[in-house]
Ligand binder design. Structure first.
Ligand SMILES: Cc1ncc(COP(=O)(O)O)c(C=O)c1O
Length: 373
């Protein structure tokens, strides 16, 4: 059904959307057209490019249900957005940040780097059998300034209940930061319902865009309280008035975009977002979760051969299923899958499968059949 948008080579079984996704055809076409336009006309149509940039912010606003597209900036990547937050909060020595024990390095290192300001990073160990939200909330104390978690953990695929965490943070005056790169484009996401102050996600995973263009959401009420560490023409309120000597920082999240935007990335992500919004995030989520259930059932039926790393409770699942073989090394099985063109990843001590909504069931089944061999 989606084959015209994803004509992946027939030899490939692509189960690696949690790493870097293939582009839809329309995204490749948008980039080709943009290249041709640049070759023939240079930037003659710059106003049209700016209009696409504006539309992209509106698409992203819709995707996360932000109150306004003025709360959305386009940055380079998730790590940059996390850094904007980490180096924007006016810390006091003795403050702490809470993260979970399963975070991707970008959502750990940046907080640990604040040690020089007397800020400590507390790691809530969510690897045990207790509810991860309880463990995380138990790690907050009177000096916790910020909680930063991934909506879905990159290794285990564990989905957190963000609304529980967000409500607790808001009640206690703690900033809530969500690295949503492993869920945006795959699962429904409502920034207002989960009461996040900051959300970030690069385009190249579930949003089916290119690397190097990322959503950064900053709640309007906290925007003014973040110090800015980068300055330039593009972040000024009176954008484009180059002769003016006095200046004011933009009241919108454009304040985080100091210079020229990544227009190629914008064209590409805009095209990918039309596909996601046309398909509908509800429908995408249904199919993503259906794939996950299919894989989980497969591994549960073969518990004598494979150990599931991904939680089995339905409300904890997302688009990632990770497992390890019991009778051979994970590395050797990973290598065999690679030789058979099953594109997947080694993460968190296991093999990570991450099909997307369009992945044909037949191909997914073929990959699983290889594990039976
Ligand atoms: C949860 C999570 N956060 C952040 C990143 C890195 O994102 P970026 O390259 O956009 O900084 C990844 C990449 O795998 C990830 O899985």
């Amino acid at each position: 059904m989606y084959e015209s948008e994803f004509p992946l080579h027939e030899s490939i079984i692509y189960l690696n959307h949690a790493a870097v996704s293939p582009w839809p055809v329309r995204t490749a076409n948008a980039v080709k057209q943009f290249a041709d336009e640049n070759v023939s006309f240079g930037s003659r149509n710059y106003p049209a490019w700016v209009a696409t940039e504006k539309r992209l912010k509106q698409q992203l606003q819709q995707l996360i249900n932000a109150a306004s597209s003025d709360e959305i900036a386009l940055l380079k990547n998730t790590s940059e957005a996390l850094s904007v937050v980490a180096y924007g909060v006016p810390w006091e020595s003795g403050d702490n940040v809470v993260i979970s024990s399963q975070e991707f390095p970008s959502n750990r290192v940046v907080w640990e780097s604040l040690r020089k300001y007397g800020v400590t990073t507390r790691v809530a160990d969510i690897n045990g059998s207790d509810s991860p939200e309880t463990v995380i909330l138990d790690s907050l104390d009177g000096r916790t300034r910020l909680l930063s978690v991934s909506s879905v953990q990159y290794g285990t695929g564990l989905q957190l209940d963000l609304s529980v965490l967000g409500a607790a943070c808001r009640e206690r005056g703690i900033l809530f930061c969500v690295d949503a790169i492993q869920s945006l484009g795959a699962l429904r996401y409502d920034v207002q319902a989960c009461q996040a102050d900051f959300v970030m996600a690069d385009a190249h995973k579930w949003m089916l865009g290119p690397e190097g263009i990322a959503l950064f959401y900053c709640r309007q009420a906290v925007m003014e309280h973040l110090d800015l560490k980068q300055y330039g023409w593009h972040m000024l309120e009176d954008l484009g008035n180059y002769d003016r000597k006095d200046w004011k920082i933009a009241g919108s999240a454009r304040r985080f975009e100091c210079g020229s935007p990544n227009m190629t990335g914008i064209q590409a992500l805009h095209a990918s977002m039309t596909l996601i919004l046309e398909t509908g995030i509800h429908r995408i989520e249904e199919q993503v979760l259906d794939n996950t259930r299919f894989m989980i059932d497969f591994f549960l039926q073969r518990a004598d051969r494979y150990q599931l790393i991904t939680p089995t409770a339905a409300h904890r699942q997302a688009g990632i299923v990770s497992f390890r073989p019991l009778h051979e090394t994970t590395e050797s099985l990973f290598e065999q899958l690679g030789m058979q063109n099953v594109i997947c990843a080694l993460r968190g001590g296991g093999i990570r499968f991450s099909p997307h909504f369009y992945t044909p069931r037949k191909r997914l089944f073929t990959a699983l059949e290889m594990l039976d061999g």
